[in-house]
Design a protein around this ligand. Structure first.
Ligand code: GDP
Length: 464
């Protein structure tokens, strides 16, 4: 029986090592959001805090992690997320914000996890890989182009253009352009340039839907024909004309830029966090907020592919399992206002969220700050007290500021027809450009983030 025991132990041993090698689960976590939503800061802080889990009390399964380490990523042709550079920017002697996301990038963080529970001690530690995929939310908005013809797209874009910054310039240029004339490259280039300037100006003014996404973040496509097109009104488009070529380039953009992104990156994501600068949009005013709401609905369209169409055929039965909507930069508010921010985020995403729920994904809305740059303070004002936050501004001054009020009922913000079209966050919010705080938080001041651990718990806790 000794021999039999030894034999069965040996077989068990072989079994464990084989299954270990074959079965190391991989979670692909997508991180997206429009430009400046906070993706780069979020990923850097998430990784730093997962590597040092003492600061993540809300990640309840975190105690089972015996080690966390960075490893080479699985995709050799995708840029690596520059974690070390970004961390150095945030935590160096003169902390500053890193450069934001401009393209898709990836980072693999691996965990050794000791299973807990009754049988936990009997099972050996497991390895789990977290592949973090960072990509611009603008690229998701391009999904809206896939089922639009050039004429339909042009009509929509030209329709909303006059109300937006830089739109009048483009319309003026159009008025003096004969689109049915023979293609002339300088004319095409000029139209694309003025159109891009308009998109950038609209983005600057707080508008969210400034697609096509690559016009704002061209990467190595800058100057190529797929980015040298612009919308034109319906009209004659004879062979060889400017109009005909613009249409062809629009179609090439869809086929050669949008489609490969969805196929190579989006289709492989298991869990997703969508970061949203809700505070910034509220501050920018009702038009920007309404545009953000519509953009979110557009973005979330990607998570409800339906049963027909380009994305459905690409995804097959595969679906994103969990989607977290996180309002970022919550450290601009005293925590007394966090519940309101979360409620507004939930309401803002209601339409989009219902669609995602429909696809069977579990969703949650949270208010977070990946990197807390402020501490809380009550300041006296007109005989009362205001909930303020204190931090170091970019110009070096240290100040306690009050951003202004958020409404208790999200409808006051999101239903302009019912009297919501007024301005909120119009006290000190404008000057609240905080520098990242050096990590010197004293005991009692809490962790260097807000609810980053809750975000991690929702996104990956069940897999640890
Ligand atoms: P990305 O374009 O989505 O990658 O955005 P970034 O991560 O570069 O963030 C854009 C800017 O938002 C940063 O430069 C910071 O000014 C600000 N920011 C991002 N996260 C936080 C945060 O947690 N707290 C504060 N106070 N500011 C943040």
């Amino acid at each position: 029986s000794d021999i039999a025991d030894g034999l069965s132990r040996g077989i068990e041993g072989i079994g464990a090592s084989v299954s270990e090698a074959l079965f190391e689960p991989v979670i692909r976590l997508g991180v997206t959001g429009l430009s400046r939503a906070g993706k780069t800061v979020f990923i850097t802080s998430l990784v730093a805090n997962l590597l040092d889990r003492g600061r993540m009390p809300g990640l309840t399964r975190g105690g089972d992690i015996t080690a966390a380490f960075l490893q080479p990523q699985p995709d050799d042709t995708v840029a690596r997320f520059a974690y070390e550079d970004h961390l150095a920017a945030l935590t160096g002697p003169t902390p500053h914000w890193p450069e934001g996301t401009r393209t898709v990038s990836e980072l693999r963080l691996s965990f050794r996890v000791q299973p807990s529970g009754l049988l936990g001690g009997l099972r050996g530690p497991r390895t789990i890989h977290l592949d973090i995929v960072d990509y611009p939310g603008e690229w998701l908005l391009d999904l809206g182009l896939m089922d639009k013809s050039y004429a339909q797209w042009s009509e929509g874009v030209l329709g909303r253009m006059s109300a937006r910054p830089g739109g009048a310039d483009y319309l003026a240029l159009l008025a003096e352009t004969d689109a049915s004339a023979k293609l002339d490259e300088p004319t095409a280039k000029r139209l694309a340039e003025v159109f891009t300037t308009h998109l950038n100006a609209a983005r600057e003014a707080g508008y969210s839907d400034c697609s096509p996404g690559r016009f704002l973040l061209p990467g190595d496509l800058a100057g190529s024909p797929v980015l040298t097109f612009a919308p034109l009104p319906k009209g004659e488009a004879p062979r060889g004309s400017l109009a005909r070529e613009m249409e062809r380039r629009y179609d090439a953009y869809k086929a050669q830029v949008v489609k490969p992104f969805f196929r190579d990156h989006f289709a492989r994501i298991d869990r997703q966090i969508v970061l949203v600068d809700v505070l910034g949009a509220i501050h920018a005013g009702p038009a920007a907020l309404e545009d953000l709401r519509q953009s979110m609905a557009g973005i979330l369209q990607a998570f409800r592919p339906g049963t027909a169409g380009f994305l459905a055929s690409l995804l097959g039965a595969r679906r994103v399992e969990k989607i977290l909507f996180a309002a970022t930069k919550a450290d601009h508010l005293h925590h007394m206002q966090h519940a309101r921010l979360t409620a507004i985020t939930g309401a803002l995403l209601r339409e989009a969220k219902d669609r995602a729920d429909f696809a069977g994904a579990e969703t949650l809305a949270l208010s977070i700050a990946a990197l807390r740059a402020t501490t809380e303070e009550m300041v006296s004002h007109d005989g009362g007290e205001l909930p303020a936050v204190r931090g170091r501004l970019m110009d070096g001054r240290n100040a306690a500021l009050y951003p202004g009020d958020l409404p208790s009922d999200p409808a006051q913000l999101l239903a302009p027809a019912r009297g919501g079209a007024q301005h909120w966050l119009d006290a000190d919010f404008d000057i609240m450009a905080f520098a990242p705080a050096p990590i010197t938080l004293r005991p009692g001041e809490g962790p260097p983030h807000i609810r980053l651990d809750k975000a991690a718990e929702f996104l990956i806790g069940d897999k640890l």
